[in-house]
Design a binder for this molecule. Structure first.
Ligand SMILES: Cc1cc2nc3c(=O)[nH]c(=O)nc-3n(C[C@H](O)[C@H](O)[C@H](O)COP(=O)(O)OP(=O)(O)OC[C@H]3O[C@@H](n4cnc5c(N)ncnc54)[C@H](O)[C@@H]3O)c2cc1C
Length: 321
């Protein structure tokens, strides 16, 4: 069976891999035998191998060098380009993060290959599904030139374990001057709170303009904490400065696809829906029965969030004992 290269996204703390990597490994299995590619500073692969083996990597190509970590994204594209030449994979699958998309673009140029970004699914014949115009249109496409390069949108595929051997192969890569054009001077790992990361969380509680102020986001945080979830926000809330922009869910924010999405005081504009409509169960709390979010919701509460949310938080806490 042909190999499919999967670029690994490591956790910033060096412990294990991001969930996006497990999703990419799962999607890659439709096309062939996944081979994970770890490109990073010396020691990067050590904490990743177990997870890669559990999610189906038959091989793990390891390119470790201070140079790879020290020069933005170009070295990662070089590592992948040299592997594409060497192993002629059926495809290269890369998580669709900002960095992943830049690596993919460079790789496509280097290998003269076609690229599809933000795929939400992959079929065995290489057809990628993309969801565009805020989810209003579904596109099916296939690369016809070179090695198909596909970036996979986070949370569009559920990671499924498929234990494999994960045999390690070292990769030496000689970087040219172009790959050393931009140097990383410092990396700052954002302090992690006790809540799960928004894109990885299986429960997300988001607040919108209905909250009326940034202070009232404490209601959303309390509900999220009682459920063990992450906090998101609509663009109206982040633009108002009520919550950080990193928490914005939607077309111009992050895409989430949790098991449970609770929308509090959010109308459900198409641009917001684009970032959460694939959530498994959607609960909406809104005082306007005509709010478009109810068209999408599995469960809706028509009511004032200032009455409903504290009661819901108390009830969850009670049930948890
Ligand atoms: C190019 C572009 C990109 C965009 N990208 C995004 C994006 O990524 N994410 C995003 O979210 N938006 C995005 N938007 C903005 C989007 O169009 C909406 O303006 C925005 O989502 C509205 O946010 P909201 O639902 O919080 O506010 P509103 O639409 O004002 O809705 C507030 C809701 O709160 C309810 N409410 C008010 N008070 C209460 C109460 N006491 N109890 C219960 N309910 C109450 C109201 O009934 C209303 O339904 C984008 C827009 C454009 C043009």
């Amino acid at each position: 069976m042909a190999e499919v290269l999967v670029l690994v996204e490591l956790n910033p703390d060096g412990q294990g891999v991001r969930k996006t990597t497990l999703e990419a490994l799962t999607a890659a299995r439709a096309l062939g035998e996944p081979s994970a590619v770890v490109a990073g500073a010396p020691g990067s692969a050590a904490g990743a191998k177990d997870a890669l083996a559990e999610y189906g990597a038959q091989k793990v190509y390891v390119a470790e060098s201070p140079d790879i970590d020290g020069y933005l994204v170009a070295p990662k594209a070089e590592v992948l380009a040299s592997l594409v030449e060497r192993v002629s994979p059926a495809a290269v699958v890369i998580p669709s993060s900002p960095e992943g998309k830049e690596v993919a673009g460079r790789l496509a140029i280097r290998t003269r290959s076609g690229i599809l970004t933000d795929a939400v699914g992959l079929d065995g014949d290489g057809t990628a599904t993309q969801s565009i115009f805020g989810g209003a249109v579904v596109v099916k496409s296939r690369v016809r030139t070179g090695t198909p390069i596909v970036t996979l949108r986070p949370n569009s595929v559920s990671p499924e374990p498929a234990p494999a051997q994960a045999q390690t192969r070292s990769v030496d890569v000689a970087l040219d001057d172009a790959a050393r054009a931009a140097t990383v001077l410092e990396r700052v790992v954002e302090e992690k709170g006790s809540r799960p990361a928004l894109t990885d969380a299986s429960i997300v509680v988001s607040g919108g303009r209905g909250l009326g102020s940034g202070d009232n986001f404490s209601l959303v945080e309390a509900l999220a904490d009682s459920l063990g979830g992450a906090v998101g926000a609509s663009r109206a809330a982040t633009d108002a400065g009520w919550y950080p922009h990193q928490a914005q869910v939607g077309q111009t924010g992050v895409t989430v696809s949790p098991q449970l999405y609770v929308a509090v005081g959010i109308s459900g504009a198409i641009q917001h829906r684009a970032g959460m409509q694939t959530s498994k169960t959607i609960v909406a709390i809104n005082k306007d029965p005509e709010a478009p979010i109810f068209e999408l919701a599995d469960f809706g509460v028509v009511g004032d969030l200032f009455d409903v949310v504290p009661q819901l938080t108390d009830e969850v806490a009670k049930r948890k004992g």
